[in-house]
Design a protein around this ligand. Structure first.
Ligand code: SF4
Ligand code: SF4
Length: 90
């Protein structure tokens, strides 16, 4: 008793690899890191579900090409030095 392919629900799929599809344009809010307060613990880097945080010159740095603005990094930052600010239309 199998399910035929044509009976399966339609679902969106990416036509290219996730590296070539810059999903940051979906954002409503963007995280901004205050480096003065950052302790370089990298908790934000560990928690970001989109791997949109890179470590550059020892500091967590948001890659806005891929950050979707979920706010998890700001929520998890123990120093509370990530602020979510409204994304301006570009
Ligand atoms: S979680 Fe906060 S304190 Fe830790 S590296 Fe990220 S921005 Fe810095
Ligand atoms: S807002 Fe979300 S997607 Fe963007 S850097 Fe933070 S955790 Fe990652």
């Amino acid at each position: 008793m199998g399910v035929k392919e044509e009976e399966l629900p339609r679902a969106p799929i990416a036509m290219e690899s996730s590296k070539s599809v810059k999903t940051g344009s979906w954002r409503t809010f963007r995280p901004e890191i205050d480096k003065e307060k950052c302790s370089k613990c990298y908790t934000c880097w560990k928690y970001c579900p989109d791997t949109a945080i890179d470590i550059i010159d020892e500091y967590a740095t948001v890659n806005y090409d891929f950050c979707k603005g979920c706010g998890i990094c700001a929520n998890e930052c123990p120093k509370k030095c990530i602020k979510m600010v409204r994304q301006e239309l570009e």
